[in-house]
Write a protein of this length. Structure first.
Length: 276
């Protein structure tokens, strides 16, 4: 189902009301033109293709960030261990995967586009469980940013201000489509504009919280930095494979998700190599 930006009747134009659909009548020039533009866009591009594009782009950014910003630095941090330099990254990666798997089983949630809730049985509403699904998967992103900045602030020679900024920028870029992925379906479920917006905000608030908590524990973080970097990578790749790839592949066959995956991957790779 795609969000309904709706047509407004003549009567509702006079009164500024909308038959329950999105309205921009309070600002006749800007609002109506934005509304028309959105209606034209959604008439020409089906919502399922938009959703696949957004999911593919976010997945591409997260995969590239996991490799260049997290896993490779984790291995480089352990070069002093010789042939076993891969071990901290290996262990941290698997702990991250298993951590997200555990959360998936402990917390009730509902993925966008799915009618079957996951986790323990719950009386929570559909929209609440949709928000919980995205919230769960934002945890490792906040931790990843926090770990990078903790390493930089503690003077780790292999983590520069540029590399920490690049990861933050990459996470921010993929948060745009991720926010749309949750807010638009909430609107399509019948939630008000403000409630759909609030759901998107709440789903992402765990990121800065996770980053700040990691920064506050910087002195504890540094000795385990290779493990924590790879932990974040494992958790992020779990999200990609468990949620984003199915979302970009569902429905009638289309290559749009794959194309946007490549776009997101290329952008994040370029940022990391050129600026990091």
């Amino acid at each position: 189902m795609k969000p309904d930006f709706g047509e407004t009747s003549n009567n509702s134009r006079k009164g500024g009301e909308t038959n329950g659909n999105l309205s921009w009548n309070h600002d006749p020039f800007l609002g109506n033109n934005i509304g028309r533009g959105l209606r034209v866009l959604y008439e020409k591009i089906p919502w399922d293709l938009v959703q696949r594009s957004l999911a593919g782009f976010a997945a591409g950014v997260m995969v590239a960030a996991s490799i260049w910003s997290l896993l490779i630095p984790a291995i480089e941090q352990s070069e002093g261990t010789g042939k076993l330099s891969f071990l901290p990254a290996f262990i941290g990666f698997w702990v991250g995967v298993l951590f997200l798997l555990l959360l998936d089983h402990l917390i009730p949630h509902l993925h966008v586009g799915s009618n079957q809730a996951e986790g323990p049985k719950s009386r929570l509403g559909r929209t609440t469980m949709m928000v919980l699904a995205v919230t769960l998967h934002n945890i490792p992103e906040g931790m990843a940013v926090g770990v990078m900045y903790a390493g930089f602030l503690e003077g780790n020679a292999q983590i520069t201000a540029a590399s920490a900024l690049v990861l933050s920028l990459g996470i921010a870029i993929q948060n745009f489509p991720e926010g749309a992925i949750i807010s638009m379906p909430l609107r399509a479920e019948g939630d008000s504009k403000s409630k759909a917006f609030l759901g998107g905000v709440l789903s992402g608030i765990v990121e800065p919280i996770g980053a700040v908590l990691t920064l506050l524990a910087a002195q504890l973080v540094i000795p385990a930095l290779p493990y924590l970097l790879s932990f974040a990578a494992g958790a992020m790749l779990y999200v990609v494979v468990e949620e984003l790839i199915p979302e970009m592949s569902q429905g009638k066959h289309s290559n749009i998700g794959t194309i946007f995956f490549a776009v997101g991957f290329s952008i994040m790779m370029t940022l990391d190599v050129a600026l990091g």
